[in-house]
Design a protein around this ligand. Sequence first.
Ligand SMILES: [Zn+2]
Length: 344
Amino acid sequence: MKANIMYAAGDVRVEEIPVPEIQKPTDVILKVVAACICGSDLHPYHKMHAHAHGEGEAMGHEVLGRIDVMGSEVSGFKKGDLVVVPFAYGDNTCPFCKEGLMTSCVNGGFMTGCQAEYVRVPQAQGSMFKLPDDIDENSPLLPSLLTLSDVYGTGYHAAVMGGVNEDTTVTVIGDGAVGLLAVLSAKKLGAKKIILMGRHKDRTDLGIDFGATDVIAERGEEGIAKVKELTNGEGTHVVLECVGLMPAYEMSLEAVRAGGVISRVGVPQYVEAPVGFASLFGRNITLTGGPAPTRAYMEELLPDILDGTLEPGRVFDVTVNLDGVPDGYKAMDNRVALKVLIRP
Ligand SMILES: [Zn+2]
């Protein structure tokens, strides 16, 4: 089968590899119907060093597919079912999963190898989310349904962990797919003032469609001054940090109101961040967020997609087949594409 393998920064290749096989009775093999390239795939695309023995990494952690082979311990599903899989798999039965935190599942881990014709799903029974029977390969809802795997659930997690509700003002930092879907999520949770900080007009325009009430293109001190202007000099109750770089964290510290919450879902590309008196402590700021347990939100987020109320799939602006994935990485890296959909 065809699969996309990354060997080093900037080096993604389409290769023929064996179709994955069941390794544990809790596995399922899916035929991939839709997958995508994630903003977080760009981190290794920038930084990955070639492995000593030349082996590569099978890329892709977001997938919607049909069950092709079922492990002997997987029940409640059948061959041919169309399912979405969260980027973090888990058993959905351990104490952490029961509390909705599958990203800490004692039997959990992260999906890999979805940018291919077939993919193996560990802990499949707990991870897979079956889609309604009237949804098939031709459904116009597929892009939006695929966002349940990661980006929509991640934006929603940011808003939930931030405690967004109808009484909170919100700043979203970052106009990538997660940032835009954090806007959509804040709107869904009732926020009336949603300030989106981003520099790409085509993206922030989509953010306005998703519910942003104000857009700030400036960054750093200038950007913060604009946030203050819009909030009576106070900042917002919640800041959703959807970038993961230190300048975004530093802007969060300035944009958040005293007593407020900074919720981070951008994977931090730093190991140390200020948490002392002048940053978090002095103004009673809560810092929260982390990898999103997207499986926990699927039941809740599905209805708005099915009835067409929300279209998170609008974040996909380019579609490629498996041969087009290396160019898809380039397009996302060059900011030509917001998010690339893969239809094998
Ligand atoms: Zn678990």
